[in-house]
Design a protein around this ligand. Sequence first.
Ligand code: FMN
Length: 169
Amino acid sequence: MEVLSEILNRVSANSFLDEQLPEESLQNILNAGRMAPSAKNRQPWRFIVMKSPQIKEKIKETAYGDERFTQAPVVIAACTTNIGYRMPNGELSYPVDLSFAVSFMMLQAEHEGFGTSLITTFREDEVKKLLTIPYSMKVIMMLLIGKTEKNGDHETRHPLDRIVSYDHW
Ligand SMILES: Cc1cc2nc3c(=O)[nH]c(=O)nc-3n(C[C@H](O)[C@H](O)[C@H](O)COP(=O)(O)O)c2cc1C
């Protein structure tokens, strides 16, 4: 079991190729999200899978015309079903919970040989209307999945000695 290679390989996709995502890969990706940890194991999420060109075309308009929405064979809207729960440290749990689920999906997609883009640039109120999402729920992010040429550049990261310290700040 090798996870670091998926982590090191992954880059955000700038575009997607015109290729389908096999159902088995999609189910593996969704299952990876399902198995992600969440605060108190509340699993406050719902994943709306979009494959239809018509719905993706409409969703693209909520995302300021980002072409990747219609290129990618699958778009997943990661929604929260609970916006009120706070963790014992006082912080809201849903952004953290949803981030774990989506990052597990991203890594499984990489493992299956597919690229991803994580998108938060969209008008949430319009997405909710299109996907008939109840008023009290929220769309936190959208994950686009599909075959890519490895066209993203590896963006630099801070070195470990800048972001890690031991025993004090
Ligand atoms: C919380 C979050 C929100 C993001 N929102 C967007 C977005 O709206 N549009 C986009 O193109 N990329 C978005 N990204 C992707 C980041 O820009 C990207 O992950 C970052 O620049 C590092 O590049 P890499 O993913 O290729 O390593 C988002 C990433 C995260 C974690």
